[in-house]
Design a protein around this ligand. Structure first.
Ligand code: PMT
Length: 225
């Protein structure tokens, strides 16, 4: 709507999985489809925001024509694209399921099958949300996600603080309608100022709107400059 506080605001959204090459034919990845981040990108663009969507490998694309999509494959590429867009953004939402580790030295040739077992040594990827969280200015708003396989509130509260998010959206794989690939999600919001609240099962589009309402509340509370 024209009255949205998001009009003309720049939003950086990371979404989808990343792929970490083992050799030219194999990789390490996860089950993210990009749906959650794409829903956010479309809803933010509909409110008049200028959206940059740094999107890991998926065939899905936003439907709003104004969303700028930067396709990336690996966590390092996602990091580079996000770091470039971050200084000028007003809001950053980190929905991507970034691989925490990558093969230390991807093989240039296809690894041949041997008689013995194979070990692949992994090194840590940069934490995009944490690194950009350290650079966050008082004018910027950061929203994180936490994906857990248990109830997860302890981890979510830890990530909220350690990654300097304004709020974090916890989804847990113990909820059957939540998480990867589904068209729905069920989440709990955590912030340092408000009591946590768990939503009912929502369409990812509906959840995207609720997240953007919360972002608008925060934008409205920032001193005007
Ligand atoms: O894509 P879909 O199929 O729609 O699924 C949606 C989703 C489950 C991927 C999404 O709702 C979600 O939970 N995304 C975050 C998944 C995740 O990797 O969470 P995490 O708890 O490992 O990471 C915490 C936060 O740090 C996240 O905001 C993540 O984007 C960010 N992070 C993590 C690691 C890293 N190296 N860089 C990061 O920026």
């Amino acid at each position: 709507s024209p009255s949205s506080l998001l009009v003309e605001k720049r939003i950086l959204i990371t979404a989808g999985p990343t792929r970490e090459a083992i050799d030219p034919v194999r990789y390490i990845s996860n089950h993210s489809s990009g749906k959650m981040g794409i829903a956010l990108a479309d809803k933010a663009a509909a409110r008049g925001a200028q959206v940059t969507l740094v999107l890991g490998p998926t065939n899905l694309r936003p439907s709003h024509p104004s969303v700028r999509v930067i396709p990336v494959i690996s966590a390092l590429e996602m990091y580079e694209a996000s770091e470039e867009a971050h200084p000028t953004c007003d809001v950053a939402v980190f929905t991507a399921a970034v691989a925490d580790y990558r093969p230390a030295k991807p093989s240039v040739e296809k690894i041949k099958k041997k008689e013995t077992n194979l070990s692949v040594s992994l090194v840590k990827n940069p934490d995009i949300a944490r690194t950009l969280g350290e650079k966050k200015t008082s004018k910027q708003i950061h929203v994180g996600f936490a994906l857990e396989t248990d109830e997860g509130s302890g981890s979510a509260e830890h990530k909220l603080v350690s990654k300097n998010f304004d709020f974090i959206v916890l989804n847990s794989l113990i909820d059957p309608e939540a998480g990867f690939q589904k068209d729905t999600n069920q989440v709990t919001f955590f912030s340092t100022t408000e009591k946590s609240e768990k939503t009912p099962v929502l369409k990812k589009e509906e959840l995207a709107s609720i997240i953007l309402d919360k972002v608008e509340m925060l934008l409205g509370a920032k001193p005007k400059v």
